[in-house]
Design a protein around this ligand. Structure first.
Ligand SMILES: Cc1cc2nc3c(=O)[nH]c(=O)nc-3n(C[C@H](O)[C@H](O)[C@H](O)COP(=O)(O)OP(=O)(O)OC[C@H]3O[C@@H](n4cnc5c(N)ncnc54)[C@H](O)[C@@H]3O)c2cc1C
Length: 489
C-alpha cells in the first residue's frame, strides 16, 4: 500500500523519509506569487527536463499541484546549438543551463537528479535505481537518441550529436585530426588531405558539414605550417534523393547549392552499408575518412517501451489526441517520445516547438481535470522551419513563404538567441557570433580528454589499401578503386 502522503512515498529508501519531508516543506514555503501547493495537492511527476518537460513544468508552476521534475542530467540542453559546441563556436555552458536554476522561483517544483529506470503504472510509481516516486499524474518527456539502423557497433566510429558530452567528443576528434595531420607532415610523413564524412543530410548533418567546411577553409586556414587545412574534404552522404528531405524541394536544392559553394561534396541517394574505424562503406565502395560523424537516424528513448503502450517503428509511444496513453488517462507522453498525427494524417515532426506546445497542452489538460472540465485535443501550430548551413547561409519556410541565404540566416540567428534560456547566455552567444562573423574565429577550440585518435592508425591502413587498389587499376587489372568510383559519382 502507498502512504497517502506522496512525500513519504518518494523519500529515498535509505534515508527513511523524515529529513526529506522537512526539506520539501521548506521548498513549499510561500516566497512569491507562484503557486505554493499544499502537501496534499495532487502530485505531478515529469520525467525529462528537455523542451517538453520544462515547458510543462513552467505551466504547472502556476497550478495548485506539487511537481517533481526528474532528469538524469542537471542541465537543460539547447540542442539546436549543440553543433556550435561540436564545431568550437560556443562553449558548453553557453547552451546548457542548470535545471535547478531555471526553476528556482517555482516553489511547488522539486528538481531531482536521477535516471528513471521503469514505471509501475498500476501502483502509479516512477522507479529510479534507489528511489520510488509516487504520482497522481505522470508526464514522460524523455526524448530520443541517435540510432544506427540496427548497427550499434557503428557508434564508436561515428559518434552522433545529442548531448553536451557528444558535442565535446566531436570537437575533440575534429581538432585532433588537424593536429595529428600537422604533426605527421612536420615529421616528414605523408601529406594526405584530411577527409571528414558526415552521414545524414537532415538539418544536423547540413549544419555540421557547412560549419566544418568553414572551419577548414577560413578559421584554420593560416594557422598550420605543414598542412593546408583548405585541402580538407568535407563529404555529406544522404541516403534519400535530396538533403533536408522534410523541407520543400526548392529549399533542399538551395541548401545543396549553398553547401557546394562552401566546398562540401554532397552525395545523395548513397546508402551507407558499413562503418569501420576509418572508413565508410557503401556497397563495394570504401571511403577512407579521418573523422566520421553520424546524423542519420533517431530512435525514441527506451523508456517508451516501459509504458506498455503501442509503439511506432521508431519506438515512439502512440498517444491519444489529448496526449495521454490508452487505459491510463493520468499518464501523458510528449515531445520526441510521442507519436501523433495531425489532422492531415502527417506524423508530427521531432522538433522543439512540437515538444514545447505538447508540454503546455499536457499541463493544461491536468489543470482541466482538476477543475472538472473536459480535456482538449492537441493541435500543433506550425510557425515555420529554419535550417542553417553556415555563415550567411540558411533556408527557412514560414507557411508558403520560402527564403534562403542571408535573410534566412539572420532569422535563424534571431530566433535561436530569442529561445536560448537565460539573459547571460543570450548576451554571450550574441557577442560570440558577432566576434566570429567579423574575425572568422571560433573561441572554444579546446581539445580536452583523450589526446589520441583511435581512427588515426586505421586510416593509414585504409589509405594504403585504397592506394594499392588504385595501382592495380593502373596496371589494368580491371579492379576499379572503390573510393575512386565513389568520387566519380
Ligand atoms: C543536434 C540537434 C539539433 C536540433 N536542432 C533543432 C532545431 O534547430 N530546431 C528544432 O525545433 N528542433 C531541433 N532539434 C530537435 C529538438 O531538440 C527536439 O525535438 C526536442 O529537444 C525534443 O524535446 P523533448 O522534451 O521531447 O526531449 P529532449 O529535449 O531531448 O529532452 C529529454 C530529456 O529527458 C532526459 N532523460 C532521458 N531519459 C531519461 C531517463 N531515463 N531518466 C531521466 N531523464 C531522462 C534527458 O536527459 C533530457 O533532458 C535538434 C535536435 C538535435 C539533437
Amino acid at each position: 500500500m502507498l502512504p497517502d502522503d506522496c512525500h513519504a512515498a518518494y523519500a529515498p529508501k535509505e534515508w527513511g523519509g523524515g529529513q526529506y519531508e522537512k526539506d520539501l516543506l521548506l521548498i513549499h514555503a510561500p516566497r512569491n506569487h507562484i503557486s505554493v501547493a499544499s502537501p496534499t495537492a495532487p502530485h505531478v511527476v515529469i520525467v525529462g527536463a528537455g523542451f517538453g518537460g520544462l515547458r510543462a513544468a513552467h505551466a504547472l508552476a502556476r497550478e495548485r499541484v506539487r511537481v517533481t521534475l526528474i532528469d538524469r542530467k542537471n542541465h537543460h540542453t539547447f540542442q539546436p546549438l549543440l553543433y556550435q559546441v561540436a564545431t568550437a563556436g560556443l562553449s558548453p555552458g553557453e547552451i546548457a543551463t542548470p535545471v535547478r536554476w531555471i526553476l528556482r522561483r517555482a516553489y511547488n517544483i522539486e528538481v531531482l537528479l536521477g535516471e528513471v529506470q521503469d514505471f509501475d503504472l498500476e501502483r502509479k510509481i516512477v522507479k529510479l535505481e534507489d528511489l520510488d516516486v509516487a504520482y497522481d499524474y505522470l508526464i514522460v518527456a524523455a526524448g530520443a537518441r541517435h540510432a544506427y539502423f540496427g548497427h550499434p557497433e557503428w557508434e564508436p566510429f561515428a559518434p552522433g550529436l545529442k548531448t553536451v558530452e557528444d558535442a565535446i567528443e566531436i570537437r575533440r576528434r575534429v581538432l585532433l585530426a588537424f593536429e595529428l595531420a600537422e604533426r605527421q607532415a612536420a615529421n616528414g610523413g605523408p601529406q594526405m588531405p584530411l577527409r571528414f564524412v558526415i552521414i545524414g543530410g537532415g538539418p544536423t548533418g547540413v549544419e555540421l558539414a557547412g560549419t566544418l567546411a568553414e572551419i577548414a577553409r577560413r578559421v584554420l586556414a593560416d594557422e598550420f605550417h605543414s598542412i593546408d587545412p583548405r585541402q580538407t574534404r568535407i563529404v555529406l552522404i544522404e541516403g534519400g534523393p535530396r538533403v533536408l528531405p522534410s523541407y520543400p524541394e526548392d529549399l533542399s536544392r538551395s541548401a545543396e547549392e549553398q553547401l557546394r559553394q562552401l566546398g562540401v561534396e554532397v552525395h545523395t541517394s548513397a546508402m551507407v552499408t558499413g562503418i569501420e574505424p576509418a572508413a565508410v562503406c557503401m556497397g563495394k565502395t570504401r571511403l577512407p575518412a579521418a573523422i566520421i560523424l553520424w546524423a542519420a537516424g533517431v530512435a525514441a528513448s527506451p523508456l517508451g517501451k516501459k509504458l506498455s503502450a503501442r509503439l511506432d517503428r521508431a519506438g515512439r509511444v502512440m498517444v491519444n489526441q489529448d496526449l495521454s496513453i490508452p487505459d491510463h488517462p493520468e499518464v501523458f507522453v510528449i515531445g520526441d517520445l510521442a507519436s501523433l498525427k495531425d489532422e492531415k494524417g502527417n506524423l508530427l515532426p521531432g522538433v522543439a516547438p512540437v515538444a514545447m506546445q505538447q508540454g503546455s497542452a499536457a499541463a493544461a489538460n491536468i489543470a482541466r481535470d482538476l477543475q472538472g472540465k473536459a480535456r482538449s485535443n492537441f493541435k500543433y501550430v506550425d510557425k515555420g522551419s529554419l535550417a542553417t548551413i553556415g555563415r550567411a547561409a540558411a533556408v527557412a519556410q514560414f507557411g508558403k513563404v520560402y527564403i534562403s541565404g542571408l535573410v534566412a540566416w539572420l532569422s535563424w540567428l534571431f530566433i535561436h538567441i530569442l529561445f536560448l534560456i537565460g539573459f547571460r547566455n543570450r548576451l554571450l552567444v550574441m557577442i560570440q557570433w558577432a566576434w566570429s562573423y567579423f574575425t572568422f574565429q571560433r573561441g572554444a577550440r579546446l581539445i580536452t580528454g583523450d589526446p589520441t585518435l583511435s581512427s588515426w592508425m586505421a586510416l593509414h591502413t585504409v589509405q594504403q589499401e585504397v592506394k594499392q587498389s588504385d595501382n592495380e587499376d593502373d596496371l589494368g587489372t580491371g579492379a576499379v578503386s572503390a573510393a575512386a568510383r565513389f568520387e566519380r559519382q
